[in-house]
Design a protein around this ligand. Structure first.
Ligand SMILES: Cc1cc2nc3c(=O)[nH]c(=O)nc-3n(C[C@H](O)[C@H](O)[C@H](O)COP(=O)(O)O)c2cc1C
Length: 362
């Protein structure tokens, strides 16, 4: 059942300026490859730990469906394991088996019917896997540290690297089957891809370590493998951590250099930070926006800015000053799922809204 109003009663920029309404870019459409988003607001991936069998449950339909009803342009589904040991916990979603496709396909259809686009974040947790599995893997056999919650990982040999690379590709094929609009490779927050990139977690002396070329090799192979199953006309996003916040770790300059070889195959960089070590980032409103701005400018690629963005004015500042092309609101959307529609209404911007709620928004 399609319940979203079809007509787009968008007020022109001139109209808004005349009425003294500054904010508008947030609600302009964004197009990349075959994806058209109705606005620039993204729900970033957020683990819900609510999939006891790693498949979609009614909770996920309600959770993501509510944000779609609330007017979010693009929903990125939480970190989804490409293998059982790629999950972060036993409650994380997975796409390593064909049995997991129907649930995801239901979720995609549900969100589409409610008027939003939807992508899935494919992940392997590496040394930060806390799921019930026999062993966990990492580029080097170094414990994550922190509060002792993590086990010692086994260093991946070439067969294991090839197996995981193929798992990313197969999961992308299943994402396509389920109907997702976007695949995002999780290359941030200290999970496996990020563990290969960072000199703090990658101490390998073979072709997958040592220098920039070696440390970026796993990422290059994953991106290339995913592209064999995820069609060229569909956008592929890469989430990155721009800073490790630790002496000797990655900086934005290093990140820009290390992702250079994959830029031709990815369409959007989703710029976050931290996670390779337990050292917390210094957080304040918009703390990661400068990283997005640099990646956008120096890599020449569209970006998503994220991190303590909580107001429409902040989104407008980021977009109009060309610091990002899209803006993700995580916790704010957990608190206020109807943020996009409500903020538009406050400024007199008429958006398509759920037919059933027309009397509340007209
Ligand atoms: C409950 C929760 C779960 C999260 N899970 C993920 C995840 O699965 N993948 C990911 O890349 N980031 C994850 N994050 C990080 C968010 O995507 C986002 O980058 C972060 O919350 C900062 O944005 P915010 O200040 O708008 O919340 C999670 C954050 C929260 C609050």
């Amino acid at each position: 059942m399609v319940i979203f109003a079809r007509e787009h009663v968008f007020v022109s920029r001139e109209d808004l300026v005349e009425r003294g309404v500054a904010s508008v870019k947030t609600y302009e459409p964004f197009r990349i490859k075959d994806l058209e988003l109705k606005n620039r607001i993204v729900m970033p991936p957020m683990c819900m730990y609510s999939a006891p069998n790693s498949v979609v449950t009614p909770f996920h339909l309600t959770h993501y469906g509510t944000r779609a009803l609330g007017g979010v342009g693009l929903i990125l589904v939480e970190a989804t394991g490409v293998l059982p040991e790629g999950r972060l916990t036993d409650g994380c979603l997975g796409l390593w088996s064909d049995d997991q496709v129907p649930g995801m396909a239901d979720l995609v259809k549900h969100v589409h019917d409610l008027g939003a686009r939807i992508g899935v974040q494919l992940n392997h947790g590496g040394r930060k896997c806390a799921a019930t599995v026999e062993r966990i893997y990492a580029p080097s056999a170094i414990n994550y540290g922190g509060n002792g919650a993590y086990r010692d990982p086994v260093e991946m040999d070439r067969d294991e690297i090839a197996r995981v690379t193929e798992a990313f590709a197969s999961a992308a094929g299943r994402a396509l089957e389920a109907g997702f609009d976007v695949v995002e490779i999780h290359g941030a927050h200290g999970y496996l891809v990020n563990q290969f990139l960072s000199p703090l977690s990658n101490k390998r002396l073979d072709g997958y370590g040592v220098d920039f070329e070696g440390r970026s090799r796993f990422l290059q192979e994953v991106v290339r493998a995913v592209r064999t199953r995820w069609p060229e006309e569909k956008p592929l996003f890469l989430r990155v951590s721009a800073e490790d916040y630790v002496e000797g770790g990655m900086t934005t300059s290093q990140l820009i250099r290390i992702i250079d070889p994959v830029l031709k195959d990815i369409d959007v960089a989703h710029v976050s930070s931290g996670g390779v070590t337990p050292v917390p980032p210094p957080v304040y409103p918009g703390y990661q926006v400068p990283y997005s701005e640099r990646v956008r400018k120096e890599c020449g690629i569209p970006t998503i800015a994220v991190g303590l963005v909580t107001t429409l004015d902040m989104i407008e500042e980021i977009l109009c000053n060309q610091r990002a092309d899209l803006v993700a609101l995580g916790r704010e959307l957990l608190r206020y799922p109807f943020f996009p529609l409500n903020e538009a209404r406050k400024r007199g911007i008429a958006l398509p809204c759920p037919e059933q709620y027309r009397r509340a928004f007209s």
